[in-house]
Design a protein around this ligand. Structure first.
Ligand code: UDP
Ligand code: MG
Length: 317
């Protein structure tokens, strides 16, 4: 039997959680040769999510949970889930049924029989998402798959590789691409959220996009240097022109507009450059604190490390 952990980050999902659990159970019922376990990561929900999870775990011994002391964000929840997972395979999925559980058998087939390191789901995406991936792929050596979601089924080596990346500001989609391995992408149509509401807003998305680019690329810094060089060059030419003009025609008093334009333009360029530098410095600052990604308040997983060792010793078990 292959141990398979289904990791589910949950944040205020009391309404849809039982439905998610039941639908997923149905979808995996036909998968023979796999031993499934759910690991819910309660990311500091302020509603009854933890209670719902506990009730599930009382009925089903294969429902495990890790509960954070507050909301640490989905990235931290994903990391906690991967750390808690001890399976041969690890499936990461959302709890709102936007990641159709019906894909699980096909994903497992890809990693188990077809030799892929991981299988992921990809969907048709809108303009902004495509623009972000396009920009990211231009700026960074780590190429993202268009429409890729973090609904993935990973093999043990893939998970171990992800766990070796211990940065605290995590951009999982990028990390999943960074570790490499052969990944099979399955197309799917994303349904509307079953229950509850999405936790994203424009501010969060903007931060996510800048996190994505700054974690894998320093090209913005190089661009700043290029802009600086171009401005210097233009300024030098302009200085020459002005000097020659002054030399031939004498001192010309008007020049108010030119002065103002140059001043404002340079001011803008400098502030932008400092801003981009600041984005990186801020991240260095946060990273240097080396704080844990999350704090666990409660869990029903015991001796996880030992379980993992046993598994590694007897992969056929
Ligand atoms: N989630 C989380 N922590 C957060 C925000 C979201 O664990 O701070 C979980 C959420 O419960 C869900 C998954 O991450 O299971 C995806 O969230 P959501 O559906 O809000 O994102 P979207 O589908 O809109 O990208
Ligand atoms: Mg969703």
């Amino acid at each position: 039997m292959k141990k398979t952990d289904i990791i589910v980050p949950v944040f205020n999902e009391e309404e849809g959680l039982v439905m998610f659990y039941e639908e997923t159970k149905k979808a995996i019922a036909g998968c023979e040769g796999f031993d499934f376990r759910f690991i819910f990561i309660n990311d500091g929900s302020s509603d009854n999510t933890l209670q719902v999870v506990k009730t599930l775990s009382e009925k089903d011994p294969n429902v495990k949970y890790v509960s954070f002391s507050r909301n640490f964000g989905k990235e931290a929840a994903i990391f906690a889930g991967l750390q808690a997972s001890a399976g041969d395979y690890t499936i990461l999925m959302d709890s709102d049924l936007q990641h159709p559980p019906a894909l699980i058998p096909e994903m497992l087939k890809a990693v188990e029989e077809e030799g892929y390191g991981a299988a992921g789901a990809k969907r048709k995406t809108g303009f902004f998402s495509r623009a972000f991936v396009g920009l990211n792929n231009k700026l960074s050596n780590v190429k993202l798959q268009k429409g890729a979601t973090d609904y993935m089924c990973m093999s043990r080596p893939f998970v171990d590789a992800i766990l070796k990346l211990c940065e605290t500001q995590r951009f999982s989609k990028g990390l999943f691409a960074w570790v490499g391995f052969k990944v099979k992408w399955l197309d799917y149509e994303q349904p509307e959220r079953a229950k509850g509401s999405s936790k994203w807003n424009f501010g969060k998305l903007f931060k996510y996009a800048t996190d994505g680019i700054t974690s894998f690329s320093t090209v913005p810094l190089t661009l700043v240097t290029c802009v600086g060089a171009i401005v210097c060059f233009l300024a030098f030419i302009y200085i020459l022109i002005t000097l020659i003009q002054t030399w031939i025609f004498g001192i010309d008093v008007p020049g108010y507009v030119t002065t103002l334009v140059v001043l404002l333009f340079m001011g803008g360029v400098i502030i932008l450059a400092i801003g981009i530098l600041g984005e990186y410095i801020g991240r260095i600052y946060m990273e240097s604190k080396n704080r844990p990604l999350y704090i666990t308040e409660e869990t029903n997983i015991k001796n996880e490390k030992e379980t993992k060792k046993e598994n590694n010793g007897n992969p056929e078990e």
